[in-house]
Design a protein around this ligand. Sequence first.
Ligand code: GTP
Ligand code: MG
Length: 197
Amino acid sequence: MQIRSAEFKCSNTRTEKLPPPVLPEYAFIGRSNVGKSSLINMLTNKKGLAKTSQTPGKTQLINHFLINENWYIVDLPGYGYAKVSRKSREEWERFIRYYLKNRENLQCVFVLIDSRLEPQKADLDFCFWLGEHGIPFVLTFTKADKQSKVKTLQNVNGFKKAFLEYFEEVPQYFITSSENQEGRDDVLAFINEVNGR
Ligand code: GTP
Ligand code: MG
């Protein structure tokens, strides 16, 4: 799929103010600093579209980006950020989980996983929660440029193994790098296919 246009639409803390649930929507979620905003910029080929930062916790709102004037990418705040107070973490949980459970035009959630790490409990827990609520999701292993292919595949296999202790099968997954565009075509082809269903 070609990206002809990508524009920032709105940032929200309240689900009532989101764009009308008419166009297909894809949400990007994962632990703080995993590379959600960078991946969105990579996919759209627009460097400053989603704000990125070396400091975890940069994205605090639900951000909607309209792509090709007919579908949305949604950048969500990261989970598992230790420096955020318990109260704001609970608020995040309530608000994001409400959004994920109730957003009728949400086609699929991209759960981003840092490809450099061993399986993380926060990621597995989040996947289980999505599974429990019947929310469709795929996995995206990020930052593949930071290490050898062998190491990436070792970590991907480690995650799959941990995943299969709780699920019957591993969902579709992508290996990506926002530095060198690895995985871009695959992710966009997937979205294109789902949009056409
Ligand atoms: P929050 O919004 O804070 O939850 O973070 P985020 O998940 O949106 O992460 P963000 O895209 O801001 O990236 C965090 C840091 O990782 C930045 O310093 C990015 O430059 C870096 N980064 C993200 N993706 C990649 C990647 O694929 N390769 C490399 N080398 N660095 C990356
Ligand atoms: Mg972000």
